[in-house]
Structures are given as C-alpha cells and as structure tokens.
Design a protein around this ligand. Structure first.
Ligand SMILES: Nc1ncnc2c1ncn2[C@@H]1O[C@H](COP(=O)(O)OP(=O)(O)OP(=O)(O)O)[C@@H](O)[C@H]1O
Length: 218
C-alpha cells in the first residue's frame, strides 16, 4: 500500500525574520523526494518541523491525509538523519548492529572496508565512516519514511555512489526526503524535486528551472 507524507501551510519566523512562507511538500513511499536550497534557506528547519522537533507558526503535517503529530515519537512511521552525528562515540559497531537488529555482514558486503571494524568503537572511525553508519542505520531500520539531512557530506565519491544505490534500493519499501548540497547526486536519485527559495517550495519539473531560480549553474 502506498503512503503519503505531506507538509502543508508551513510558516516559520524567528523574531521578525520570515524563514518559511506557506510551504507545501509531499513525499510518497516508493519515491525519493529531493529538497534543494541555498545555505540558510530553511531546509533543516522544515525537516525538524515535519519531525515534530521544531514548532512552526502554522503547520499541517499529514500521513495519508490524517494529522501526524510528534513524529519523533513514532519511529515506525518516520526516522530522521540530522546534519549532526547522533550515535554516541563510545559505542561499538557490534552493539549498535545488535541493538538495531541489523545484519553486520550486509554492511560488509556493501562496504568491504568495514570487515575489520566489527569490534571498533564509533570514535575510532573516520568522519565519513561514522556518517555512513548513521545513514545505514536510518535506511535499514523499519519505518515508512525517512528524512535525510546532508547524507553525502563527509563521504568520498565512491561511498556516495554506493549510498545512492542504497537509497534506490530503500525507496522500494520507504519514502525518502533527502537534502544535500551535492545537487547533481540529489538530481540523479530523485523522483520529485523541490527547490526551497525565498521561503517557498517550487516543485521543479525542468532541471533548467534550478538555474533560472538562481540556485546553481548547471
Ligand atoms: N533557533 C533558531 N533561532 C534563530 N534563527 C534560526 C534558528 N534555527 C535556524 N535559524 C535560522 O533559520 C535559517 C534557516 O536555517 P536552516 O538550518 O533550516 O537552513 P538550511 O537551509 O538547512 O541551511 P544549510 O544548507 O546551510 O544547512 C537560517 O538563517 C538560520 O540561521
């Protein structure tokens, strides 16, 4: 069964600074929805509003047309990869994979460099390896939707290619909302693409629109 996650009528202000103006955005299971925007345009704020960890002046977050409140308390519906690292540094990969009920050998087959890391602690991984573990856990855990804030940052080009394959595999069972400044990679994997600019979302049908709207030179 297909599921739909919508953010509608979102308004956000900090003091007298308007960040988001009557935003609409839709994600569906079976699809990757890309979200692009220049620094400071409100992409992380929008994800936090959807996740329920940031209050907005107005908002309607809906799952299959029904209000979805405090999504952060409902991991079976929505998981969130924040921009910052969220797994405590002292944990071993072994215990993380046990706690999340995930098969370590699946990770090893996708990313052979982890073959020697089963007993390593997060603090002994590189920044990119740590990020990769966080992405992997969010994508592999059971949920209908996942929000990914800058999954490609800190990753080497080869890792980015494998993560893109993982995103395409994951969308068969989930809906993904993904934002990153690696816009070509976002364009590559997205079924639907929004540009956030001037506080509003634009559903871009034509990639050239990104250039027209002043986002990037293609
Ligand atoms: N708690 C806060 N109080 C005041 N201003 C805030 C707060 N949180 C975010 N902002 C401002 O809101 C704007 C949007 O921030 P946000 O982090 O959502 O941008 P972004 O599009 O994710 O940027 P980037 O691509 O650089 O991560 C920024 O100008 C930021 O400074």
């Amino acid at each position: 069964m297909k599921h739909t996650l919508e953010a509608d009528g979102i308004n956000l202000e900090f003091g007298n600074r308007k960040i988001l103006s009557d935003i609409y955005l839709k994600c569906e299971t079976g699809k990757i929805t890309g979200l692009l925007g220049r620094n400071g345009n409100g992409k992380s704020c929008l994800m936090n509003i959807i996740y329920g960890t940031l209050n907005a002046t107005d908002k309607s977050i809906r799952l299959d047309g029904r209000p979805l409140l405090q999504a952060y308390k409902k991991p079976e519906i929505l998981l969130y990869l924040p921009q910052f690292n969220f797994i405590p540094k002292f944990l071993k990969l072994k215990s993380i994979f046990t706690d999340f009920n995930l098969e370590y050998n699946e990770l090893e087959s996708l990313f052979p460099e982890f073959k020697t890391k089963y007993n390593s602690r997060i603090k002994n991984l590189s920044g990119g390896q740590r990020r990769l573990i966080e992405i992997y856990i969010v994508l592999k855990s059971n949920s209908k939707f996942a929000l990914l804030d800058e999954p490609f940052s800190h990753l080497s080009p080869l890792m980015i290619e494998t993560v893109k394959e993982l995103l395409l595999e994951t969308k068969k069972t989930k809906g993904l909302l993904v934002t990153d400044h690696m816009f070509r990679d976002i364009i590559d994997v997205s079924d639907d693409l929004y540009l956030l600019t001037g506080g509003r979302t634009h559903l871009t049908k034509d990639i050239k629109e990104l250039e027209f709207l002043g986002y990037a030179k293609l």
